[in-house]
Design a protein around this ligand. Structure first.
Ligand SMILES: *Cc1c(COP(=O)(O)O)cnc(C)c1O
Length: 489
């Protein structure tokens, strides 16, 4: 694979413009003019098109094939939402339009989207109000925990600790620490859920709250969820719902009804907006009634005359967490997705997501044991322990073997509580045929592990970049353009 600079041929042009037949006059100070032309690749238009089309074909995305990355909900992103987000009336809006603050007509449509999205998310989650500003799940967490801190401060309580289960996503403890809290880890029981007795023993007046993902990162529903919320409330704490796994319960159950006080949603996961490659995302935060005053500014309100406006006068607000409204285009796509599904479609999301994950688990369990032997929700966690014991094949080798078979690997080595974990989230948008092809690839890899384990250690062999030395990559980091190997040229 050559860099575009290496393909350059001196004197080759893309577009030739006829020589100007009028005199040119440049009024720039000659000292500002460069003495030599810039060093850019010299190529024809076709060279450039082939170069970038070739690069794009090395990409893997949901539009290419199954992307079963557990916890990430890489489901299909309907194209109609892209089309609507590209409407000039939305796409060309500038956040500094002066009418915005005055609720002028240029921005009423956008404000209505934000306002109505708030109403729909309340309906979906059972919370009392939302902010759309946070730009990712982790940013939503930070916003939520800042709200939690502001609430306790407002009541004159000094609370120092946040409890987090050992199966939690790494962003949870990171968030609590950045917000200035001590983190204490709640152990799971052998069912993969929060150990209620151990949690009870940890609850005291210092506890500001508990952060919980439900279903948790093992893909399991926390059976004691209502009791857990009640116990945390008993010591004056709040319960935070990490909503990254909401697609498992969409239209079926609501965190607000279970007793949660603060919720963040990952629109880029559960609500089908594109993600990967670092964003953009959106992590709206919803709160219970008693926390509404602490939401970030601005808040979109609907006035008596039916127009929409931004309200900033909120003395108890935690303030700004993002410029303007966060990622409006992402909120808009998720809004379109919700309108497409409607009340009838929403529960189908959860049903199909859960059915797909259980189907994959059932068809693979003889070769890859489930981490916990009970029906899962929208994702299943399998282990490679048997293959490791019998043939020296690890979850990492299986992941690389899947790449050679045309699939994106599942999440591996997470959650941290499971050895040789492989976390498969097929999502509700995949057909049975696609799931069957994935299952066949996983079964073929198990057969190859027994027959020729060394070939799996060498995988992937079909990609421009082969197996990396992960230890060296971490210790001897080189982020300059690296020569690509394995591809012959
Ligand atoms: C993805 C995820 C997050 C973080 O969300 P980002 O948008 O990536 O910041 C938090 N918790 C869980 C359980 C997740 O899966």
């Amino acid at each position: 694979m050559q860099l575009i600079f290496e393909k350059s041929v001196p004197g080759r042009h893309g577009v030739r413009v006829a020589r100007s037949d009028v005199p040119t006059s440049i009024n720039l100070d000659p000292a500002l003019l460069r003495p030599t032309p810039p060093e850019v690749p010299e190529l024809s238009e076709l060279d450039v098109v082939r170069h970038f089309t070739g690069l794009s074909r090395l990409n893997y995305g949901v539009d290419t094939n199954l992307y079963p990355l557990g916890s990430c909900t890489m489901k299909y992103n309907p194209k109609v939402a892209e089309r609507i987000a590209a409407y000039p009336g939305f796409a060309h809006l500038h956040p500094l339009l002066p009418q915005l603050r005055l609720g002028g007509s240029l921005t009423q449509g956008a404000l209505q989207v934000l306002h109505d999205m708030d109403l729909m998310l309340r309906e979906v989650t059972g919370m009392a109000g939302f902010t759309m500003q946070p730009m990712a799940g982790a940013h939503g967490e930070l916003t939520g925990i800042m709200i939690m801190a502001a609430y306790h401060r407002d009541r004159g309580h000094r609370k120092t600790t946040i409890l987090i289960p050992d199966s939690a996503h790494g962003t949870n403890p990171a968030t609590a620490a950045i917000a200035g809290f001590q983190v204490r880890t709640v152990p799971s029981n052998d069912q993969g859920c929060i150990d209620l007795d151990k949690l009870r023993a940890m609850l005291d007046d210092d506890v500001a709250g508990l952060m919980m993902t439900c279903p948790n990162t093992l893909g399991l529903f926390e059976r004691d969820v209502e009791r857990i919320c009640a116990e945390v409330h008993r010591v004056g704490g709040l319960v935070y719902y990490d909503g990254a796994n909401l697609n498992a319960i969409l239209g079926k159950a609501r965190p607000g009804d279970m007793g949660f006080d603060i919720v963040h949603l990952n629109l880029h996961k559960s609500f089908a907006t594109p993600h990967g490659g670092g964003g953009p995302g959106a992590g709206p935060v919803g709160v219970a009634e008693r926390l509404l005053d602490f939401l970030p500014v601005s808040v979109v309100i609907k006035r008596d005359d039916g127009t929409y406006a931004l309200e900033y006068d909120r003395p108890k607000s935690i303030g700004y967490v993002a410029p303007f409204y966060g990622n409006f285009g992402v909120v808009l796509r998720a809004y379109v997705y919700l309108l497409m599904l409607g009340r009838e479609g929403l529960p189908r999301v959860a049903e199909h997501a859960v059915l797909s994950a259980n189907y994959v688990m059932a068809r693979l369990r003889d070769l890859y044991a489930p981490a916990v032997d009970r029906p899962c929700m929208h994702e299943c966690v399998l282990t490679a322990e048997t293959l490791l014991a019998e043939h020296g094949i690890r979850a990492l080798d299986i992941a690389k073997g899947l790449i050679d078979r045309g699939f994106h690997p599942p999440t591996v080595y997470f959650p941290l509580t499971v050895h040789e974990a492989m976390m498969v989230e097929p999502t509700e948008t995949e057909s049975k045929e696609t799931l069957d092809a994935f299952i066949a690839a996983m079964r073929e890899i198990a057969a190859e592990a027994a027959r020729a384990p060394e070939s799996l250690h060498a995988a992937p062999v079909t990609t421009p970049v082969g197996r990396l030395d992960e230890t060296r990559a971490a210790r001897d980091l080189n982020i300059a353009a690296a020569p690509l190997c394995n591809c012959g040229d």
